[in-house]
Design a protein around this ligand. Sequence first.
Ligand SMILES: *Cc1c(COP(=O)(O)O)cnc(C)c1O
Length: 383
Amino acid sequence: MKPIPYGRQHITEEDIQAVVETLRSDFLTQGPKIAEFEAAFAKYIGCKYAVAVSNGTAALHLCALALNVQPGQKVITTPITFAASANCIRYCGGEVVFADIDPVTFLLDINKVRALLEASPKGTYKGIIPVDFAGASVDLEAFRKLADEYNLWIIEDACHAPGGYFTDSEGVKQNCGNGKFADVAIFSFHPVKHIATGEGGMITTNNKDVFEKLCLLRTHGITKAPELLKENHGGWYYEMQELGYNYRLCDMQAALGISQLKRADEGLEKRKEIAKKYDTAFAHNKNIETPKYNEGHAFHLYVIKIKERLGLYNYLRTKNIFAQVHYIPVHTMPYYQKKGHKKESFPFAEKYYEECLSIPMYPGLTDEAHQYVIDSINEFFTK
Ligand SMILES: *Cc1c(COP(=O)(O)O)cnc(C)c1O
């Protein structure tokens, strides 16, 4: 068996052709493919604006900047996420405050967030960064209500959930990242995510002012738009109006993204099938706790919980299956420990970390490889 990772990209001949065509075109970066990708992505997600950027971390950083995070400001997020969800606040000098997860959904527990907010004077916190962990959509309607009470912004980290949704109190499906409740949402196009562009990311929003600020910050804070210029010396003239960055995506990547996006629904269906098959295969294995999920789950990860995690992980490696752990709680990282965060602060997150294992989940997983993974896992418990 060839090595089987927990996640990987799915590249077709059409994807390759799309990239090759841009190489033969006039633009390698900042050409027509960026706007085309942004429009297609906004349509897919169902939001007004989409801003393509160089990766998901850059997307988070730009959101924190556009929402004007200042040194010392406090922002709440989950410890069970990739470090970047928290780091974006540190880039702006803000303070990260973690709150524990719900032990069933593994998502940031809104009751824990509420408890934090109630325990401090209003104005102490500025924002919340909930994460659609593993592909499970956060109930953003509830978070919006809470955020409005305390005048907070919301960045939805939707890296795991393109195509995911939750159903709101009126029975309406709300796509992850659609901007209905969160101020901004971010996605990543790293090869393990649903849509791959090598490195890449996207920010989605319905807020025009935020959108314009993001566009400016993405490219050095520089604008050439005549209506925005303070002066105008001629056709060459531009102004740097903010301290921005070079967080652009290039046209070759956008071309790949457009091509990948066309197969997004297909990929999501395949992920669902894989999850169902795992559910059935492990239903009678008392050693394995399979994930509980709602309709609308986007299955970036399939996380099982087992007591003998290290043993199973190592056993699978001998079988050329590379499971992974998502995530080591962010507050236990040496950097955050140095910043004063304490281990044993979040019992559910830490307990989850002891037992979680992400097993292979990607559209290109063949039936044969999938069965091999299932058999290998069941075998571990019967040897
Ligand atoms: C992948 C990921 C990121 C960062 O995206 P990059 O494109 O790798 O920078 C941020 N948050 C979450 C939850 C992710 O999974």
